[in-house]
Design a protein around this ligand. Structure first.
Ligand code: 5GP
Ligand code: MG
Ligand code: MG
Length: 189
């Protein structure tokens, strides 16, 4: 387990990703151009968003701060149960700041909704969401943004369990440079 032969099909290639991330970074840069220095904090949701945030922020041409938060939810291997717990808090003080939450994938929406209300309690000015993938067909909870926050995503993802470009199954496959559908026999016995 953990090798490229476990991938059934590639959904987004390395070059699809590079092009789309670059275009999205341009869009976000222009949206935040008017924000004063130090007012925008990009918060990556660890671990899944690590490659996405790295590729994204180096193309943002505006002064920003970067931090990570870790959220865990307990459930079966391929589905989050919604019982979300923050296991690594922010270092940066986000009070009064514009936060861009950077996530690998929005599935049921439970993880993001929990993180957004957590940030809201810290008194942020706004929360935007920048999700690499969005699986709208699986949404169970509406993702409500804060203040002037916007929802960005790179690609809509069909209802498959995907890995690569930061996303894992059992902590494997995160290093794949593309996004692929994992063979179901890898997680169903
Ligand atoms: P949600 O709370 O929106 O249901 O799911 C949140 C988390 O579940 C995502 O941030 C991601 O870590 C994980 N997840 C959801 N769908 C997938 C998927 O297709 N592949 C992988 N690797 N993780 C997923
Ligand atoms: Mg995630
Ligand atoms: Mg995971």
């Amino acid at each position: 387990m953990g090798s490229e032969s476990d991938i059934e099909r590639i959904l987004f290639t390395e070059s699809d990703i590079a092009k789309r991330v670059s275009d999205l970074a341009t869009e976000i840069s222009s949206d935040f151009l008017r924000s004063s220095a130090d007012a925008v904090v990009f918060v990556g949701v660890a671990t899944g968003a690590f490659l996405f945030i790295a590729d994204l922020v180096r193309r943002i041409h505006a002064p920003i701060t970067i931090d990570f938060i870790r959220a865990e939810s307990y459930g079966s291997g391929t589905e989050s149960c919604g019982d979300v717990r923050i296991s690594r808090d922010l270092k940066v003080d986000v009070t009064g700041k514009h936060v861009v939450l950077v996530e690998d994938i929005v599935d049921t929406g439970k993880t993001l909704s929990h993180l957004i209300s957590y940030l809201e309690k810290k008194g942020v000015s706004s929360v935007s969401v920048c999700a690499f993938l969005d699986k709208p067909s699986r949404r169970k909870v509406e993702v409500k943004l804060v203040g002037s926050g916007k929802f960005y995503s790179c690609f809509e993802c069909p209802d498959y369990f995907v890995v690569g470009y930061g996303m894992d199954y059992a902590e494997l496959y995160r290093n794949l440079p593309y996004v692929g559908i994992l063979k179901p026999e890898m997680y169903t016995k």
